[in-house]
Design a protein around this ligand. Structure first.
Ligand code: TEU
Ligand code: CA
Length: 583
């Protein structure tokens, strides 16, 4: 309901944004869908590393650059071609590094700049590229710019951030913060308020100041010079602030991201960044597109507009969610988001395929039943659709959510903010909020990587910074390495299959049975080459009648040993196949 409402609301922004810039009519004239230009980043298998929880090399309980370096052969073996590092910069770590103190220093928890350079060299020696997180909607309040900015109203850095007087003895407007409470903080030194969409220690930068944009471009060049091949851009649609910073209406307050993502100069700033930095250096870009509707997607990713290469839409990964709460969902709904996402790119844009990241719970717990079989079925969904593949550490072994007994078990600032806004204000019971957070919390994805069956999971020789999931005794890399029927073995197989079958990368996507509540069946087509993918996304056996126009060809990849045959296929729980289609 809410997401439908959001789509309708956002549609009206389109003509506004297009006036003056390149229009959709221009986009329509380019190459037909499916004839997409071949590029390395479309073919990439990106592996996201939440460094803090990946591998600890020095026994302090915190994952680090050397730990990751030591595991590069494992990733190479898996078939990974690009690493995406979560923020690796100097930070007080209030929001896991998304609060940056110095963009030109590395996080000392992770090692030194020399360690970072060794990691880069190690990746390049194995033909892997590295992209880093670009977090430039906000900085840490400990950043020198903010320290200067807050020092006086006439400091040259004052205008690097967004300062306003209060209104009628209260806040400048009614913006809420995503991490609870309001988005304004009064600063006693000068008596004004600064804006923070996230935690109050994450003040928002003022992108309308050309000096800020110049600084960001310089930071990007700094990391490109150190071998980085591109950027994942954190909440990038929020950089241009709404004109006048008026109050949000009650309807807009339901989902402030829609207004925040539609600032008047957003596309001007992205185009400028592309022309000054991305294009000249051939750097890849993927924007986290919180608040962006499918209808708006071409504005970001149409190649002709020269802004970003692709964006992340959250609707698929967040089916069955309303913010931090769960809601009932159906497979039809999940499939609909994938079709919409696929079409949203327009004829010359590109998209991403993912179910997990550091902000979402584990897919196998959310859409599967925690079983290895369901992890394999979901891998087929991620690898089978069109879009650059992003997998998150541990997904390849079927890591699951962890159990939380009490609020103290959580590390995440987001969980704490939700708690304060609900239980803290007496609007919800502790039990009700815990029940939801257990399923939706970002902490579910942030537990240490499970390398072996010891109590510290082979992640560290010391005390891990965050609890390991006790199921590391069953779910771990060491055990799966030796087992040809493991989730890990299946990931290796399907990644190598995708790499050797361009139809899986470039072929058009078509859902052939959208109303089926149990099975996801779709074709991929590239020139004369067509393949069929069907996945039983339930824990029960299912019969699936092949559509009349399709004759099953050779089975090319199968999650199970048993081969489905005939015109009505019997599928085991979570069984999925890739097959040829015979004429
Ligand atoms: O996240 C964007 C974001 O706001 C949501 O994904 C967030 O996880 C949650 O839904 C808020 O209610 C990005 C980063 O990925 C996230 O880790 C950071 O905390 C956030 O921006 C601020 O930098
Ligand atoms: Ca360490």
């Amino acid at each position: 309901m809410l997401s439908k409402m959001r789509r309708r609301t956002t549609l009206k922004f389109i003509p506004l944004l297009l006036s003056g810039g390149a229009g959709l009519s221009m986009i329509n004239s380019v190459e037909a869908q499916g004839k997409s230009q071949h590029t390395w980043w479309k073919e990439a298998i990106v592996y996201q590393v939440f460094i803090r929880s990946f591998a600890d090399s020095n026994g302090d309980g915190i994952g680090d650059f050397r730990g990751l370096l030591n595991r590069l052969d494992y990733l190479k073996n898996l078939g990974v071609t690009v690493l995406w590092l979560n923020p690796h910069y100097d930070s007080p770590n209030v929001d896991s590094g998304y609060d940056i103190r110095d963009y030109r220093k590395v996080n000392s928890d992770f090692g030194t700049m020399e360690d970072f350079e060794a990691l880069m060299a190690g990746a390049h020696a194995r033909d892997m590229k590295v992209i880093v997180d670009l977090v430039v909607n906000h900085t840490s309040d400990q950043h020198i710019w903010f320290q200067k900015s807050r020092s006086s109203r006439d400091n040259p850095y004052r205008d690097y951030y967004i300062w306003r007087d209060g209104k009628n003895g209260g806040l400048p407007n009614n913006y809420p913060s995503f991490f609870g409470g309001k988005a304004w903080q009064n600063d006693s030194k000068t008596g004004q308020y600064y804006l923070h969409y996230y935690e109050r220690c994450q003040p928002d930068l003022n992108w309308d100041n050309p000096k800020v944009r110049q600084e960001v471009h310089d930071i990007m060049r700094f990391w490109i010079a150190r071998g980085v091949s591109g950027f994942r851009m954190d909440v990038i649609p929020f950089i241009s602030k709404p004109a006048g910073l008026r109050d949000l209406t009650i309807e807009e307050l339901q989902d402030p991201s829609v207004v925040f993502a539609n600032g008047p100069h957003l596309h001007t700033y992205l185009h400028e960044m592309n022309q000054k930095v991305l294009s000249p250096h051939n750097a890849m870009s993927v924007g986290e597109a919180f608040g962006v509707s499918y209808a708006q997607t071409p504005l970001f990713v149409s190649q002709q507009r020269k802004e970003l290469d692709m964006i992340f839409h959250f609707d698929t990964a967040r089916v069955g969610r309303k913010d931090w709460e769960t809601r009932p969902w159906t497979l039809q709904e999940l499939k609909e988001t994938i079709t919409e996402d696929d079409r949203s790119t327009g004829p010359d844009g590109w998209t991403t395929s993912f179910l997990e990241n550091h902000d979402n719970p584990r897919a196998v717990s959310r859409f599967g039943d925690n079983s290895p079989a369901s992890a394999k079925a979901l891998s087929l969904l991620v690898m089978g659709r069109r879009g650059t593949v992003f997998i998150f550490q541990g997904q390849e072994i079927g890591m699951t959510n962890i159990s939380f007994d009490k609020i103290e078990d959580f590390e995440d600032v987001n969980a704490k903010g939700i708690w304060a806004d609900t239980v803290g204000r007496g609007t919800h019971s502790a039990n009700a909020v815990l029940t939801e957070l257990r399923q939706t919390s970002r902490d579910n994805a942030r537990t240490p990587m499970q390398w072996n069956n010891t109590t510290t999971g082979g992640f560290t020789t010391g005390t891990p910074w965050f609890r390991l999931n006790p199921n590391t005794d069953r779910i771990n890399v060491a055990a799966q390495e030796l087992d040809s029927s493991s989730v890990l073995s299946f990931y290796r197989q399907i990644i190598s299959f995708r790499k050797s079958h361009p139809v899986l990368v470039y072929g058009t996507f078509h859902d052939i049975d959208p109303q089926n509540p149990n099975i996801f069946a779709f074709t991929r087509t590239l020139d004369n080459n067509q393949i069929l993918i069907f996945i039983n996304l339930t824990a029960q056996s299912q019969a699936w009648a092949l559509p009349a126009e399709i004759n099953l060809g050779k089975i090319l990849l199968n999650t199970h040993v048993v081969k489905p045959m005939g015109r009505t296929l019997s599928l085991a729980p979570w069984q999925g196949c890739i097959t040829a289609i015979s004429s």
